[in-house]
Design a protein around this ligand. Structure first.
Ligand SMILES: Nc1nc2c(c(=O)[nH]1)N[C@H]1C(S)=C(S)[C@@H](COP(=O)(O)OP(=O)(O)OC[C@H]3O[C@@H](n4cnc5c(=O)[nH]c(N)nc54)[C@H](O)[C@@H]3O)O[C@H]1N2
Ligand SMILES: Nc1nc2c(c(=O)[nH]1)N[C@H]1C(S)=C(S)[C@@H](COP(=O)(O)OP(=O)(O)OC[C@H]3O[C@@H](n4cnc5c(=O)[nH]c(N)nc54)[C@H](O)[C@@H]3O)O[C@H]1N2
Ligand SMILES: [Mo]
Length: 768
């Protein structure tokens, strides 16, 4: 039996072709100009040996062990029936809530889950936990926490970081210079948060290049742009962008190139920033020569770049990666300030944008319209932590911490519930997380696969993948709504998160509050109807549900008019103030200054990060960048064809400059040990001279595979770089993750490297 049905994933819309109940191909849709290579990974991933077949319970937990120091991940699991598993989970939720209150249940459950808007595991879990009385949640995200916390203070919005941002169409039409800190990343353009109907990043870049836009990329990596798109490469030491931007500002002030009219009309605090840039407030003039010593870019080149920005209609961009770093707020604030000095904020195609080139969905022309979505339920417990303070929270119950002007207290967590995320991929300093994780009494995880997180749970419930259920896909910055039609039957005993949570809430007398009396089909129709109502209200013609489902997609035409952020404000700041305290762009921010944070004062500053190439103790070390994987989505599809083909000797590749390899006696293809004081992993060596010497690159997402799972600090033999990264906040303002980079040493691995086994299921104890 063969079939072909429309479907969608974070990496794009496709036709799911099946044969004999198995997915054999994810065929790109004809309308997509640049389908993601990742589609080729789907068949092997969906049918991987590491699918979870049945509910399982950790053997020790069944015997009464409730954490309190147990390092999870080493013990065998015992298969149980769905009835038993459901009762165990419901019982634990009830017990913990009764004894410790709902805030002791950690349901933050951060993660990308799947593209489907109904079976969005995290959204479903939040509804279920809210229905039974509440939970501790998570605010902000791993992607741009520092940016989204800072920007409302200084620009009155975080749209500039999550979209809509200045679009490709307006760049080609109006900008003449694109200065891209962090670059424009083709591999990252493959994905979008709810699925993509058109992968438009390459098209957008090509159109800009054809229109004659000069592109300058500042990054430690040589830009890899589509054929025919030329870019100048400014090789910059990681984590030093703020120094370079300050020096550009110094040139603009010193040479009379700053747009004083714009600064006077549209900003506050320019004089405070200028005093700092000129060195009047701290005795250090932020000249290009000063910056050269920090970022490794020649003073003349910095000055020339500043002059070019003043001479041409320019758009300044920074990828999200820049702010996933110590003091990650600073480059975003300083880039905003630089754009204000240039005076083109509010002009078509110009000004400042964040995240353009970080992800496929930003930069596309799109009407402002919500997507079909699962309604939230109010969480009766107000408890929530900034997303990346996970291990801190587990280690420091009851202790105070700062966030964005608030003094908060960490809750005392007894039960962790995760569905749709993989903290043993996404969190920093995984060895610390292993220890912090041991403090919970009970950990419940829903997963389709035996990920590192599933292996570290007490109760593991097998979830279906999107292909095993009907759903609606849609991305917030994409123009399409997709029917995601069920293509194959649920594998083994897997169930939908919605069905699992339905039964658990039923045990606790809260099913009706959770499901609102609807089944999946009822929800899909209701979500579509709500969305169609909004769409029709703004004058769009959209089909009824049956027609949509049959066609497989609804496309909303792109708007004809240009999108120009801040246009009304720039034209009349008095009449159209920003939603900042002053109504203007805040180059000095009284609110932030009032928080009194040394790590995020009242205007952008250069502060030396603890770990970067200029740090004391950096000698002999490499600056490791842990970028997003072109071969996967985070840890998803790691067992798929594209990811497996990218491994070297079965490990995640690490890329070094040939000089750095030679200095260590290393050759391409070798297995190397990458280490620092926090941990160590193996990696397969790749060489590339398109890398700033002193910098190494490893993608995130290889499944965490410690040689001895019972011992935190044990060598990860597969190559998960989060055993190396620092688990600290960007600053007390944003408390974002400092995920992007850290200092490491690299050496040849002595001995025979054991093969990773993490793509095989863990040991199972069959009781009879
Ligand atoms: N060192 C370093 N670390 C980083 C970053 C970095 O730059 N450097 N980047 C960070 C960023 S920006 C992000 S966004 C995070 C990403 O971190 P995550 O979003 O946690 O990573 P994913 O691998 O996408 O995890 C999603 C999980 O959901 C599961 N899943 C998929 N569909 C379903 C479903 O229907 N039901 C259930 N129950 N589960 C499902 C998948 O199998 C997968 O295990 O990583 C962060 N970590
Ligand atoms: N294929 C694929 N695409 C993805 C994802 C994925 O997992 N797979 N994840 C998606 C998600 S959730 C997110 S949040 C986005 C993330 O988007 P980003 O955060 O923008 O992406 P990264 O790949 O982490 O960024 C790496 C780039 O930033 C540069 N860089 C790093 N540090 C610095 C610095 O200090 N200064 C400068 N100038 N450059 C620096 C690196 O050289 C590298 O080229 O990607 C999305 N796209
Ligand atoms: Mo992200």
């Amino acid at each position: 039996m063969k079939s072909a049905v429309p479907h969608a994933a974070h990496w794009g819309a496709f036709i799911a072709e099946t044969e004999g109940g198995r997915l054999v191909r994810a065929r790109p849709i004809a309308a997509d100009p640049a389908p993601a290579a990742l589609l080729a990974s789907m068949p092997a991933a969906v049918h991987a040996r590491c699918r979870i077949d049945r509910p399982h319970v950790r053997r020790g937990w069944l015997a009464g062990d409730r954490g309190g120091g147990t390092i999870r991940g080493a013990e065998a699991f015992v298969p149980v029936s769905w009835e038993v598993a459901t009762r165990l989970v419901a019982g634990e939720l009830a017990r913990v809530k009764a004894l410790h209150g709902p805030a002791a249940i950690f349901g933050g459950s951060y993660g990308w889950s799947s593209a489907g808007r109904f079976h969005h595991a995290r959204g479903q879990l939040h509804r279920a936990l809210a229905a039974i009385g509440g939970y501790t949640g998570q605010i902000t995200n791993y992607s741009y926490a520092a940016g989204m916390t800072l920007l409302p203070h200084i620009l009155g919005t975080n749209a500039v970081v999550q979209g809509p941002v200045v679009g490709w169409r307006e760049i080609a039409g109006h900008a003449r210079l694109l200065v891209a800190f962090g670059g424009i990343l083709a591999g990252n353009g493959q994905v979008g948060s709810g699925g993509l109907g058109r992968h438009g990043m390459a098209e957008g870049l090509e159109a800009a290049a054809r229109a004659g836009v000069r592109i300058v990329v500042l990054s430690a990596l040589r830009p890899a742009l589509p054929a025919g798109v030329a870019a100048e490469w400014v090789a910059l030491r990681p984590n030093t962008d703020t120094a370079l931007m300050l020096a550009m500002a110094w040139v603009l002030f010193a040479e009379g190139l700053a747009d004083r009219g714009f600064l006077d009309r549209c900003t506050v605090g320019a004089e405070r920033l200028e005093a700092y840039v000129r060195g009047e407030s701290d005795g250090v003039a932020k000249t290009p020569a000063w910056a050269e010593g920090i970022c490794g870019v020649g003073a003349a080149r910095i000055a020339a770049l500043a002059r070019a920005c003043a001479a041409l209609p320019a758009l300044l961009t920074a990828t999200w990666s820049l702010q996933r770093a110590e003091g990650g707020e600073q480059p975003y604030w300083m880039l905003t300030a630089l754009a204000a000095l240039l005076g083109r904020i509010g002009q078509a195609g110009c000004g400042v944008a964040f995240g353009l080139g970080s992800i496929g969905e930003l930069g596309a022309a799109r009407r402002e319209l919500p997507v079909p979505s699962l309604p939230r339920l109010h969480n009766p417990s107000a408890s929530a932590i900034p997303v990346a303070r996970l291990a801190d929270m587990l280690e420091k119950p009851g202790q105070p911490y700062d966030y964005n002007g608030e003094r908060r207290t960490y809750p005392d967590i007894r039960l962790i519930y995760w569905a749709g995320g993989n903290p043993f991929h996404h969190h920093q300093d995984l060895n610390r997380l292993c220890r912090a994780w041991a403090r919970a009494q009970t950990i419940v995880v829903h997963e389709p696969w035996w990920t590192a997180t599933a292996r570290r749970a007490d109760i593991v419930l097998p979830a279906t993948t999107t292909l095993e259920r009907d759903d609606i896909g849609a991305g917030a910055r994409d123009r399409f709504v997709f029917a995601m039609q069920r293509a194959i039957a649920p594998q083994f005993q897997a169930r939908d998160d919605f069905a699992i949570l339905g039964d658990i809430t039923d045990e606790l007398g809260a099913r009706a509050a959770y499901t609102e009396g609807r089944d999946t089909a009822g929800w899909l129709r209701a979500m579509y109807a709500d969305w169609a109502g909004i769409a029709r209200h703004v004058g769009l013609e959209v089909p009824d549900f049956e027609t949509f489902w049959e066609r497989g997609v609804v496309e909303i035409a792109a708007p004809a008019e240009a999108f120009v952020p801040f246009a009304a404000f720039a034209a009349g700041p008095g009449a159209n103030p920003l939603r900042t305290a002053s109504g203007r762009i805040e180059l000095y921010c009284e609110t932030i200054a009032g928080f009194g944070y040394a790590d995020c004062p009242g205007h952008p500053v250069w502060r030396e990060p603890r770990e970067y190439l200029g740090a004391a103790g950096a000698a002999g070390k490499l600056h490791l960048l842990t970028v997003q994987p072109a071969s996967r989505l985070h840890s998803q599809l790691d067992a798929g064809a594209v990811s497996l083909a990218s491994k070297i000797a079965g490990r995640e590749p690490i890329t070094l400059h040939p000089e750095d390899a030679a200095a260590r006696g290393l050759a391409a293809g070798m297995v190397v040990r990458v280490f620092n004081e926090r941990g160590a992993c193996l990696a397969g060596l790749r060489l590339d001279d398109g890398l700033l010497p002193g910098v190494a690159v490893m993608a995130t997402g290889a499944w965490f595979d410690p040689l001895d799972p019972a011992a935190p600090g044990s060598l990860c033999i597969h190559g998960n770089p989060n055993v190396l990264t620092q688990d600290v906040g960007t600053s007390r303002l944003g408390q974002g993750p400092v995920a992007m980079s850290c200092l490491v040493a690299v050496e040849a691995f002595a001995g025979v490297a054991p093969p990773p086994t993490v793509h095989e299921p863990p040991p199972v104890f069959e009781s009879s």
